[in-house]
Design a protein around this ligand. Structure first.
Ligand code: 26Q
Length: 835
């Protein structure tokens, strides 16, 4: 940005209606925005109008910081993190911006003085659900930490018109409803049509000789799509650094099919427009599954090419030579979804900027780093080669050339090892020819990381073993983290107040400071306050459940919560089997002494994932029976919370006593919900999987309910020939659970309904539920006993919160900055003369 000083504007007041933070100024600004932006006066305004007026009031205050940030970063030509992600699961913006600006209480009072309730206005916001789950939410937490740590950063992604579907529950089944999150307008974004770029698709390539006698390749595309950036400002916590989330929306290029237009085929031309816009139409709702669909590949190249062209524009605008690309930008690939960027940057540098291959490759490798988020083979992206070639003919040639150089290096390091060469090739020749995106990401990046210590070890030993042997120096661990701003301060104001009252508010930026709470563990009155706070929050969730589910739950019972995407490896059905176990015990002896529990589930299943949807139906079916059986006497309740989202998550984490983190060991890369629960004082029942391992190390084994097979046990059991029916026949209580589900007791006598699930468990049990069942149920019994001792439970709860400092995304991001990105903070001051 060129900043010209205009003396005529020099004496504009800074503390004005659009920037001032006093209650009076906020009120005036709010009414102005209601009038001039929403076009309403108070008597006719709806709650949504008030929300919008408030959002614009807050946005004005962000924009001042945003412009100062842009000016500062430009002046310093700061090294910038470009975080490339197909998903950003941001959650609602208003509350978080109030917190980070430090005006939450002032705004609450200002709207109250106008006769409004801030909580009701916050409720109005439709959250941008532009992600599936953990991976998208991690990207959002990282952006919050980057701004808070004053690191120049841009998040690049797709502005999906429809985010993750809204989930309804009808007759116990999940139904999907399209997510029209933009229907009432999005006050947080600014369209930047002046920075639109074009992306080519399809067609063929030609070689030619340029004016220097150099042989070059030209790509003649079949079609061109325009990408328009929409920017959302992201302010750090109590900093002036306001970074950018830049999301691309697909449009038809201006000159779309002009011939058809002139020849009178107006509708034909408009039809083409519709297909280009399809590129950013909808988020694929699969989590941890790659289906290899053409439109998905088109989405990936679309946002990646737009983002790289945008970086080249910034480079040019700041007059940085192209050869310094990797000095200006460090690009993080959030899984393989954006990994086509490696071939695209090579194309831009070699074909469009005329750089020699070797120099371009050096720049590319220096620019990229790759984060892997999965150990599941079905989640590793591979593209059918014919389809890939049809859409990206030039990229395929580039990948062949990268592969050629790479396989030569493999042969040099491991002579006479053809099997290894075939295993490592960027092209899989065995399963119908396919392009292996994880291999491209590994070869084209200077750093490769897993997201928890165990995950990184398993990558090195198993999924990426050959690459580890080839490039051991590239591999690093970066354990995930979550932002304490959204997931404690904003979502749990009661606990935050209690904590701040004891240790001050430094913990919000330095989460390790929570350790100071340890010294209050033996303080009985503090424990009492802690317990009461938790209890009040449970009462609030109970009221919500009453209102939305019509179920009465007992806030004195254990709130046992499993909230996450539905997937067999996450084993929600193991949790369901525990519920049926307790139900059977009650049916056998209605007077049995049982610790009351409320089982709460939340989460979506991918629309095409039949078994996951059947697990949702099973839970709802069990709920119907258990909640209404007089023998149960309200000691057990089962609740399914519809349409789990970030907004919802913020309600749920604070109210949990027990956090279910029960994936098959070796399957969950990290988990981040596990962190959000424990940070809010829930105890974990969990396997040694993902970050559970490290959480347990931090909080202490005595404050964590561990059960089940280890990743090594899982490998060994599979290798020795696992027979699930053995467990069925040798554990009568397990048999009784399966038999009751099979009997139709939970399906109004229908014995077929759950057969697909039960058959899969008895015949394959890919995720070893039957092997872990006894460990799990016995561990749950220890939980029930522990909960009966309120003092002891509260101690453990406090210690969980107090020792979770490591899992701040600030720590994660600092680690990336130090070991991978090599970036430094850049302070932004508000005194900057902007005009
Ligand atoms: C790929 C191809 C085509 C369509 C969809 C996809 C796709 C989309 C989303 C594949 C995977 C995802 C999401 C994966 C994910 O959320 N992984 C989670 O990442 C978290 C953050 O690191 C970890 O904590 C979780 O353990 C991991 O499951």
């Amino acid at each position: 940005m060129q900043i010209a000083r205009n003396p005529a504007l020099a004496d504009i007041r800074v503390e004005d209606d659009r920037t001032g933070l006093s209650i009076e100024t906020l009120k005036r600004a709010f009414l102005d925005n209601l009038f001039y932006i929403q076009g309403k006066f108070p008597r006719l305004a709806s709650k949504n109008d008030y929300y919008m007026a408030l959002a614009y009031t807050v946005r004005d205050r962000l924009l001042q910081r945003w412009l100062s940030t842009a000016a500062t970063y430009t002046e310093n030509a700061s090294r910038t993190v470009a975080y490339l992600s197909a998903e950003f699961l941001m959650g609602p913006q208003l509350g978080n911006n109030l917190i980070n600006l430090g005006i939450y209480d002032a705004v609450k009072q200002a709207v109250e003085e106008l006769g409004l309730d801030l909580d009701e206005l916050l409720e109005q916001e439709d959250e941008p659900g532009l992600g599936n789950g953990g991976l998208g939410r991690l990207a959002a937490c990282f952006l919050d930490s980057l701004a808070t740590l004053e690191i120049p950063a841009i998040g690049y992604g797709i502005r999906y018109e429809f985010g993750i579907f809204s989930q309804g529950i009808r007759d116990g089944w999940q139904v999907e409803i399209t997510d029209k999150w933009l229907s009432r307008g999005n006050p947080w974004e600014l369209a930047r049509p002046e920075w639109a770029v074009e992306v080519k698709l399809g067609g063929h390539t030609e070689t030619y000789t340029d004016e220097h006698g150099q042989r070059r390749v030209r790509w003649v595309p079949y079609e061109v799509v325009k990408g328009v950036p929409y920017d959302t400002p992201l302010l750090g916590y109590r900093t002036n650094n306001c970074n950018t989330l830049r999301l691309w929306s697909a449009e038809a290029p201006e000159s779309f099919d002009f011939e058809a237009f002139n020849s009178g085929d107006y509708l034909g031309a408009v039809y083409d427009k519709v297909t280009s816009e399809n590129l950013s139409k909808v988020l694929y709702p699969n989590d941890n599954l790659s289906q290899g669909k053409r439109l998905r590949l088109a989405q990936q190249i679309f946002f990646v090419s737009c983002s790289l062209q945008d970086m080249l524009r910034i480079l040019q605008q700041q007059q940085v030579p192209i050869t310094d690309f990797a000095k200006k930008f460090t690009i993080q690939l959030n899984d393989t979804h954006p990994s086509i960027a490696i071939a695209e940057l090579m194309r831009l540098l070699v074909d469009e900027r005329g750089l020699p291959w070797d120099l371009a490759w050096q720049i590319t490798q220096n620019s990229f780093a790759y984060t892997n988020h999965t150990l599941l083979p079905e989640a590793l992206e591979c593209w059918d080669l014919a389809m890939f070639e049809q859409m990206l003919p030039r990229h395929l040639q580039i990948i062949y050339e990268i592969n050629h150089h790479f396989l030569e290096a493999v042969r040099a390091k491991f002579p006479n090892d053809n099997d290894r060469v075939a295993r490592m090739s960027l092209i899989d020749e065995n399963n119908g020819r396919r392009v292996r995106m994880a291999h491209l990401a590994c070869v084209g990046s200077h750093a490769i990381n897993g997201v928890a210590a165990l995950h990184t070890e398993l990558l090195k030993q198993d999924v990426l073993r050959d690459f580890y042997e080839m490039y051991p120096e590239k591999f690093q661990n970066k354990t995930n983290g979550v932002t304490p701003r959204r997931f404690v301060l904003l979502s749990n104001p009661r606990l935050s107040k209690l904590i701040t009252g004891k240790i001050g508010d430094n913990w919000v930026r330095h989460l390790d400071d929570l350790r100071q709470l340890e010294s209050y563990v033996e303080d009985a009155s503090f424990r009492e306050e802690w317990w009461k706070t938790k209890h009040t929050i449970k009462e609030e969730l109970a009221a919500y459940i009453k209102q939305h589910n019509g179920i009465t739950v007992d806030p004195y019972s254990i709130f046992d919560i499993q909230a996450k995407r539905f997937h067999e490896y996450k084993r929600q059905h193991l949790n369901a089997m525990h519920i049926v176990t307790l139900y059977n015990r009650i049916k056998r002896n209605p007077n049995i002494d049982i610790t009351p529990r409320t089982f709460i589930f939340g989460g979506k299943a991918a629309p095409g994932y039949f078994i996951a949807k059947l697990i949702i139906k099973l839970i709802n079916s069990i709920a119907e029976v258990v909640n209404n059986d007089p023998d149960v006497r309200d000691r057990l309740k089962v609740v399914f919370l519809e349409n789990y989202s970030v907004k919802f998550a913020q309600r749920v984490y604070p109210a949990a006593d027990l956090s279910e983190q029960i994936s098959t060991a070796g399957k969950e890369a990290s988990g981040t919900g596990n962190m959000k629960f424990a940070l809010n004082g829930a105890l974990t029942i969990g396997t040694l999987d993902g970050a559970n391992v490290e959480i347990r190390e931090e909080v202490g084994a005595e404050n964590f309910f561990l059960f089940g097979l280890t990743a090594q046990d899982v490998y060994a059991l599979r290798a020795s020939g696992y027979d699930p029916s053995h467990y069925y026949h040798n554990d009568w209580e397990l048999k009784e659970v399966i038999d009751r589900i099979a009997s139709g007791d939970f399906s109004r006598g229908d014995r077929n309904l759950f057969q697909p699930l039960l058959e899969s468990l008895l015949n394959w049990d890919t995720y070893l539920l039957l092997a872990d069942y006894r460990f799990y149920v016995d561990c749950q019994e220890r939980v029930s006993q522990a909960y009966r001792n309120r003092e002891h439970w509260t101690r453990m709860s406090i210690l969980n919160s107090a020792r979770m400092g490591k899992f701040s995304s600030d720590r994660s991001v600092r680690d990336y900055c130090r070991d991978i990105w090599k970036v430094q903070p850049v302070k932004v001051s508000l005194d900057k003369q902007l005009f």
